[in-house]
Design a protein around this ligand. Structure first.
Ligand code: GLN
Length: 539
């Protein structure tokens, strides 16, 4: 191990969706506010190498890091809470672990041994557990184990956590188990049995949790806490209540009140170096909870029944809205339900329209109608990735008169491929990790909405797409009033398009939502909301 990094493992029990990611991010935030350098990593028990090839309906949005890793959406929470970047190393799946082990086996690196789950898979898991700590950058590494203890697929991870206690020594490791204390309304009782069972499963695997974080909708009375402590073999003050919160951003303060960070500091023998950052956090919360105005924004996309599919966009609106003391009422609107006849009815009440990222041709007609409506009615418009591409298609068709213009993604034979596949992308047969991914530089054109928003000439933003604006048509677009306000300095790829003669109409080929954090709301979201506020005042 060779490093002095302390490791905190967070497991979950009873049910999924208890918010391990938010608890991990909140604890990290509290440690960060004490001057401790901390990062969070997520280990997911599924067999996909990464979530890049997963339908958003499976696990929600795919979050993209600076270095172009397609990762679990919890990494988005980590970045938004901590205001620090994560990387490929912060998200490991069972698929990646097996892939590494099998690759080594094929190279003969196991010297003829039988390759087995224990020790080879667990060794590979542990190697990845320790990797970020070994960079020397972090005093504490928090590892969130996806899924629930007791699931067959989680077993090798739990076994690796058991072994980690031996590797690291008990002063350097802490296991926090997140569990649920359900309230039975008929019996008027909080029930501890599911938690007892879930801890028992951990104990059977040889892992004794040090701290229990108990999700609950009612306060836990002392006798309930005592019962949990006794039956689960943890100290009474390590039974932490986690009441349902109004906002995920309340959780760090709730956890501070419950002294989760204090327990962690004591158990890991850590000393605080400062106590500053939460002031800004509280200021953000103050603004979030006391808005002075509100706007109606419609997010047009195809995954509307699962808001997690648009997690980073939704959170970006929360950050930017709070900075303006503006409540953003975001409505998800299915693009498949919009057509030329109902568009006024569907979008007429909105102060701003966003067309979301996405893949494939489903809902194309509705998205084009939404763009057209925003453009013609001077409603602030923000297109993100596919949203930009749709804006370009709509402009080509309805302003430039290229009626059959399209993207080759939706119409490979289109006469006017205003969005197309770049040469390098054409012969790819593999799906995972083959898009333009991660951070790329972009130069802004002076006196544009983009350069006003960023107030600097050079930016860098994260990408996740295959198709690009076809520069062959750029002059024509600019002649008609849609200009490229951001370009990649090397190849001249168009990164931002905007319409000059419109209150605020802008689309980005990149995904600004991946870089918005609580302390750094994204300037494009801020400007878009400002434009929506102006629009509302004019109505
Ligand atoms: N489907 C489009 C492309 O691959 C847009 C992708 C996206 O919105 N992330 O270029």
């Amino acid at each position: 191990m060779g490093s002095s990094t302390k490791h905190i493992f967070i497991t979950g029990g009873v049910t999924s969706s208890l918010g391990k990611g938010i608890i991990a991010a909140s604890l990290a935030k509290l440690l960060q506010s004490r001057g401790i350098s901390v990062t969070i990593q997520k280990f997911d028990p599924y067999l996909n190498i990464d979530p890049g090839t997963l339908n958003p309906y499976e696990h929600g949005e795919c979050f993209v890091t600076e270095d172009g890793a397609e990762t679990d959406l919890d990494l988005g929470h980590y970045e938004r809470f901590l205001n620090t970047e994560t990387s490929q190393d912060n998200n490991v799946t069972t698929g990646r672990i097996y892939n590494n082990v099998i690759t080594k086996e094929r190279k003969g690196e196991y010297l003829g041994k039988t390759v087995q789950v224990i020790p080879h898979i667990t060794d590979e898991i542990k190697k990845n557990f320790y990797k970020l700590g070994e960079t020397g950058k972090y005093e504490v590494v928090i590892t969130e184990i996806g899924g629930c203890v007791g699931d067959i697929e989680s077993l090798p991870f739990v076994e690796a956590v058991r072994q980690a206690r031996w590797d690291l020594g008990s002063n350097n490791i802490l296991v926090i188990h997140l569990t649920l204390i359900p309230y039975l309304a008929a019996a008027k009782e909080l029930k501890t049995k599911p938690t007892q069972h879930s801890v028992k499963q951990l104990l059977e695997a040889g892992v004794q949790p040090d701290i229990l974080v108990c999700r609950t909708e009612k306060h836990l009375p002392m006798d309930v806490k005592k019962k949990i402590a006794l039956f689960c073999n943890v100290q009474l003050n390590c039974v932490i209540e986690a009441m349902d919160a109004d906002s995920i951003y309340d959780v760090p303060l709730l956890m501070k009140k419950e002294k989760l960070d204090e327990r962690v500091m004591t158990k890991l023998k850590l000393t605080s170096k400062s106590n500053t950052e939460l002031e800004q956090w509280k200021e953000f919360l103050g603004k979030l909870k006391n808005p002075t105005q509100e706007v109606e924004i419609g997010l047009v996309g195809k995954y509307v029944s699962l808001p997690d599919a648009y997690k980073s966009i939704i959170e970006s609106f929360t950050h930017a809205g709070a900075s303006l003391e503006c409540k953003v009422n975001l409505t998800l609107i299915s693009s498949e339900e919009i057509n030329a006849d109902n568009v006024q009815k569907k979008l007429g009440e909105l102060d701003g329209i966003v067309v979301a990222p996405g893949f494939g041709e489903r809902g194309l007609v509705g998205k084009v109608e939404a763009v057209k409506y925003a453009r013609e009615n001077n409603i602030p418009f923000f297109g993100i990735c596919l949203g930009l591409q749709i804006a370009v298609i709509e402009f080509a068709r309805n302003v430039m008169g290229l009626k059959s213009a399209s993207s080759t993604e939706m119409d490979p034979e289109t006469e006017y491929p205003v969005i197309f596949l770049m040469e390098g992308q054409k012969n790819l047969t593999q799906l995972g990790g083959t898009m333009r991914l991660g951070s790329y530089p972009c130069e802004l054109t002076k006196n544009t909405k983009a350069s006003v928003a960023y107030s600097k000439p050079k930016i860098s933003e994260r990408h996740r797409h295959r198709y690009e604006f076809n520069n062959k048509y750029l002059k024509e677009f600019e002649k008609h009033g849609m200009v490229a306000s951001g370009k990649n300095p090397e190849g001249g790829l168009v990164e931002i398009m905007e319409i000059k003669d419109h209150p605020w109409f802008l689309g980005t080929q990149f995904h600004p939502e991946y870089k918005s954090t609580v302390l750094n709301p994204h300037p494009l979201f801020v400007r878009f909301i400002k434009a929506a506020i102006d629009e509302k005042q004019q109505k």
